[in-house]
Design a protein around this ligand. Sequence first.
Ligand code: FE2
Ligand code: FE2
Length: 227
Amino acid sequence: MVKTITGSMTLAEVVTEVPKSGDILRELHIDFVNGGNRKLVDAAFEQGVPLENILYEINELDTENTDGIDIKYMDELSIIKYIQRRYHEDLRDELPVLAPYVEKVAEMNPDLEEAGEIFRSLKKSMMDHSEEEDVNVFPLLESYIESPTESKKEALKPRVEKTRNEHKDVTDFFFRLREVTNDFTPYEGAPGVLRLVYDRLERLERDTLDHIHLENNILFPRLKEKV
Ligand SMILES: [Fe+2]
Ligand SMILES: [Fe+2]
C-alpha cells in the first residue's frame, strides 16, 4: 500500500518511500542526503515554501525510483551491488566524457569560470570517493554483513564517518553549482553546447543525490541496526 507522505516524516523517510520526491527537494535547495533526519515540515519552513504544496506534489508521485526499482525491499548486499553498477560505473563513464564540454563552456563564458572550477573539484572528489568505496569501504561492509563482529564494526566506524563527510562536500559542490548556473537554466540564446552541459550536470546532480541517499539514508542506518 502506498504510504501518504506527511510533514512529520523525516526527509530520509520521505525519499525512501517516494524516491522521485528527491527531484522536488533538490529544486527547492533542500538537502535530504546529509540532513536526512530533519522533518519535512522544518525543511519546508526554513526554505520558506508552503508545506501543503510540497506534500501535494510528492503525494502525486509513484513510489518507484527513476529505474523503476523499489530499493527498500532489497537486502544490503544487493543494494551495494546496485550502487556499484548503477552509480559508480556510470561516474567512471560520464565524468571524463563530460569534462571537455564543461571546460569549453567555462572558456567561452567568463561568468562560468567558477562552474568550471567546481566541476573539476567534483570530478576529482567523486572519482577518488567511489574508488575508495569500491576498494576499501564496501568490501569491509560486505564482510561485516556476512559475518558481523565487534572488530569489523570498529574498523568500519571511521570509514563510514569519512565517507559521510565526503558526501557532505560533494553535496555542497552541487548546491553551489546550482547557484552559479541559475538552477541549471541556460540564458536566452545560449549555444547548444551550454544547454547540453547544463542538462548533463543536472542529471549528474540527480544521480549523485539519489546515490548518496542510498548510502547515507538506507545502507548505513541498516548496518547500524545489525549491531
Ligand atoms: Fe558510492
Ligand atoms: Fe559514497
